[in-house]
Design a protein around this ligand. Sequence first.
Ligand SMILES: NC(=O)c1ccc[n+]([C@@H]2O[C@H](COP(=O)([O-])OP(=O)(O)OC[C@H]3O[C@@H](n4cnc5c(N)ncnc54)[C@H](O)[C@@H]3O)[C@@H](O)[C@H]2O)c1
Length: 396
Amino acid sequence: MQGPIRVLVLNQISQHGLDRLPAERYLVGKEVAHPDAILVRSADLHSMDIPSSVRAIGRAGAGTNNIPVAAMSARGVPVFNAPGANANAVKELVIAGMLMAARNIPAALRFVTALDPAAPDMDRAVESGKKAFAGFELAGHTLGVIGLGRIGCLVADAAIRLGMNVIGYDPEITVDAAWSLPSQVKKAHSIPEILKTAHFVTLHVPLVAATRHLIGAATLPQMRHGAVLLNFSRDGVVDEQAVLDALEAGRLRHYVCDFPSAAINGHARVTALPHLGASTREAEDNCAKMVVDQMRDYFENGNVRNAVNFPDAVAPRESGYRVAIANANVDGTGWAEHRQHAEQVARRDGLHDRRRRQSGARERDCLDRRDRRRAGRALPSAAGLKPGSRRRASLQ
Ligand SMILES: NC(=O)c1ccc[n+]([C@@H]2O[C@H](COP(=O)([O-])OP(=O)(O)OC[C@H]3O[C@@H](n4cnc5c(N)ncnc54)[C@H](O)[C@@H]3O)[C@@H](O)[C@H]2O)c1
């Protein structure tokens, strides 16, 4: 490649991430013309004329709805994100949420704030008032985790370490997530199984059509009497009116969430935080580091990890050369042509020795197996591919 790789940075991206792009190989800045890559947080790329020079986009965060993913798929441009980089931040707030509900911390703080510091009998007021806020300990109680992805697994692990019993439900748990779970976590076969068992229920699912109002008028009555519901997922996963009804009926002891709204604000047994889940310095740094590392691996090795519009394609480098090809593989026709092209390039560049052929074949086999496994699962519509077609990345 001629010259440094040019990276246009939109938004404030953590310096901890940008420092991972060595100055001798990357030109990084807010005014870089003809960029090879764009790094972005919240800037809206839908309204931007994305230069044709761009070969990768990195979003330092999880969501990518500020990026025209379908258009980038059509151009063969991977859009990288940083799933799970903020998982620890959310986990810690969930633990705080459980403690707030179990120890009546928000109500106790309201009580203390209302005390008159000038009153001569403040100590007596504290002693007589504290009875109202006696709580219970987390240890020995049962936490139900719905959604055992990156956040749910960390929450389950932390709860086990706090001495809780944990029961989890996720019909599509990944192998990696299952490996990361402590063996003490019990597997539930349905959501009702969680609801009737758990003293705390925490939600860690994405908001999609199937999870909208996952907890609502039909499910809340199945919860254990006096349970605590925690929602650090998305507001739409819970039906707020049904939650208010369950609080009034005493079915729910407390609702803790990250999504204030006119309907729930001010309720004595609702604790709504201002979407603080991922708001830590560390989460911001982690997002930037993760997305920068992935983009660098793509430019330097052709590896694809955590792109929302490409499958993962990762293989170790075995020589100084590598040809990486992305194609939409429409009805299987493009693959053969690209493969032929790759062979031509490899021959031209003198890469076509026996060892490379063997390793290329291994990598192709590996990708073919992965694609066959994924064949039943369509890429997200945002990827902009025609039904039946799959984007494919190959390393040769
Ligand atoms: N409060 C915040 O600031 C904040 C920050 C980060 C993420 N989030 C939310 O948390 C959600 C989870 O994040 P993550 O990183 O763990 O995502 P993830 O993709 O790693 O995990 C989500 C899990 O939910 C499971 N799931 C989907 N539908 C389900 C269902 N009906 N029942 C049970 N499980 C189901 C999936 O199989 C997956 O394992 C995100 O989608 C996002 O909405 C909130």
